[in-house]
Write a protein that binds this ligand. Structure first.
Ligand code: SAM
Length: 462
């Protein structure tokens, strides 16, 4: 089907005079769709993180100009548009005889925003389609395509059940699928890609009584001890136990690196990339005397607030780990390094569209540098736990091989099966920890999975 006739939402020819001054600003719901298309452009064209764009204080101006409800709608649209980007793109392509012109990026974003609503959100189809047509008309870059927008969207509305009923296609860039296949084999890679299509549950690390908190929060206790609740509307801060500091939100996988540190009671431990403080809190709770260090002022602020709420005291240091010189070395250090975050796609579907293989290599270089800096901060004989939330072996398994090859004073301290029973299910043959979103399956997909994480325990030779 070729769609190039300019038509209004009700199918009649477009007769709106071109001199119609700023025709769109008063149409309810339109500013939210316009903002969504702008933010989508910023994510996929300029590779900007969605969290930054939707920051309540420093986010994109088009986002900050919206009311709270519209902000939530924009976020929901973008999460779906990015999570199902492959499916949406295929649905568009199926409607056209030839691809959209390469310079029609704005048109493509308008379509993606509308289709995300039609296929995945509880927005009336008619509103999604009509607003997209108005949006196209209101922008000189898309004005001449309003008929195409109308035709493509109406056709997708009609084919909705068929599109949604199909086996999901890979909603990830080719480079990512190729790297997953290579690292995990096709079957596990497919399971990971499928897991990415469901929103992650909310996980809580509790100070004590997991069963009691699971009941109060309406969740389950995972084999790892984490309390898990299916995602639902509502503020985390309104949940029981928040004010009292009884728990903190932390993915089940993110809770494992601190556990492989072993018994830290009474030890001086540095958490070297600490903010916002999930692992710091675990280490303090486990009885360590913790120094929490981070380079980012704003993230340090969040860490302080979190530790205050939890009533867990630590020495907090704002510094660059590469140049940090403590008065004396630590008994043990944890380096939860900055990474590509490809293990967190379920909650951050923008990651796949903002990162690239080159970016992964760059981040691996940063991790290598930080890991070397971490080694000099620990006493001879002391442990170094290295972790991150990437699925890519370059940032995990291969990073450990590289550092061991370069630093003879380091050795791998493999985790033996049964030593820390909660990580047994995730141990690799070399005694490191690897989790993926396809792990921790559950009959209810809303309660399944965990972040992709890697963690290794190293020792500075004594
Ligand atoms: C993956 S996050 C840490 C998450 C944290 N460990 C937790 O569990 O809540 C990585 C952190 O590394 C910090 N970072 C990046 N480069 C750093 C450096 N050179 N020195 C210290 N911190 C750094 C970032 O600011 C960021 O907060």
């Amino acid at each position: 089907m070729v769609l190039n006739q300019a038509r209004t939402p009700n199918g009649s020819a477009n007769r709106r005079p071109s001199s119609f001054a700023n025709p769109t600003s008063d149409i309810p719901g339109l500013p939210a769709r316009q903002a969504a298309a702008k933010l989508l452009a910023a994510v996929v064209d300029a590779r900007t993180s969605l969290d930054g764009l939707t920051d309540e204080e420093h986010g994109h101006p088009a986002y900050r100009a919206l009311e709270g409800r519209d902000r939530a709608l924009v976020r929901a649209i973008l999460i779906s548009a990015l999570r199902f980007r492959g499916t949406i793109q295929a649905a568009i392509s199926n409607q056209l005889d030839r691809p959209l012109p390469g310079n029609a990026l704005t048109l493509s974003h308008v379509l993606h925003v509308a289709i995300a609503q039609v296929l995945y959100l509880d927005v009336p189809d008619r509103a999604a389609v009509d607003l997209a047509v108005e949006q196209a008309k209101g922008d000189p870059r898309t004005r001449r395509f309003d008929g195409l927008v109308n035709g493509v969207l109406r056709s997708i509305v009609r084919r909705k059940a068929q599109i949604l009923g199909k086996t999901p296609i890979a909603n990830a860039p080719d480079w990512f699928v190729a790297r997953l296949n290579e690292a995990y084999g096709e079957e596990r890679a497919k399971a990971i890609l499928t897991a990415h299509l469901t929103e992650a549950p909310v996980d809580f690390t509790v100070k004590d009584d997991p069963a009691g908190w699971a009941e109060k929060l309406g969740g389950i206790v995972l084999p790892t001890g984490t309390v898990r609740v299916a995602r639902r509307e509502g503020a985390i801060a309104a949940l029981p136990g928040y004010e009292d500091g009884a728990w903190w939100v932390q993915d089940a996988a993110a809770a494992l690196p601190a556990l492989i540190m072993g018994d830290v009671r009474g030890k001086r431990v540095a958490d070297l990339c600490a903010a916002p403080g999930g692992k710091t809190a675990q280490l303090i709770q486990a009885g360590a005397e913790v120094t929490a260090l981070d380079i980012s002022r704003s993230r340090i602020k969040r860490l302080r607030t979190n530790l205050e709420r939890l009533d867990l005291p630590a020495e907090v240091v704002e510094a660059d780990l590469s140049v940090y010189e403590p008065a004396e070395p630590f008994d043990a250090v944890l380096l939860d390094a900055p990474c590509s975050s490809t293990g967190t796609v379920r909650r951050h579907p923008d990651v796949l569209w903002t990162k690239s293989p080159e970016e992964i290599e760059k981040l691996a270089a940063v991790q290598f540098r930080l890991l070397k800096a971490a080694v000099r901060l620990v006493k001879p004989g002391g442990r170094i736990v290295f972790s991150n939330c990437s699925l890519d072996p370059v940032e995990g398994e291969q990073m450990v091989e590289r550092i061991l090859a370069e630093q003879p004073e380091l050795e791998l301290e493999p985790i033996a099966p049964g030593e820390i029973p909660v990580v047994d299910a995730f141990l690799t043959p070399t005694g490191t920890v690897r989790t993926t979103p396809a792990d921790l399956p559950h009959e209810d997909p809303a309660l399944a999975g965990m972040d992709g994480f890697f963690a290794a325990r190293l020792r500075r030779r004594g």
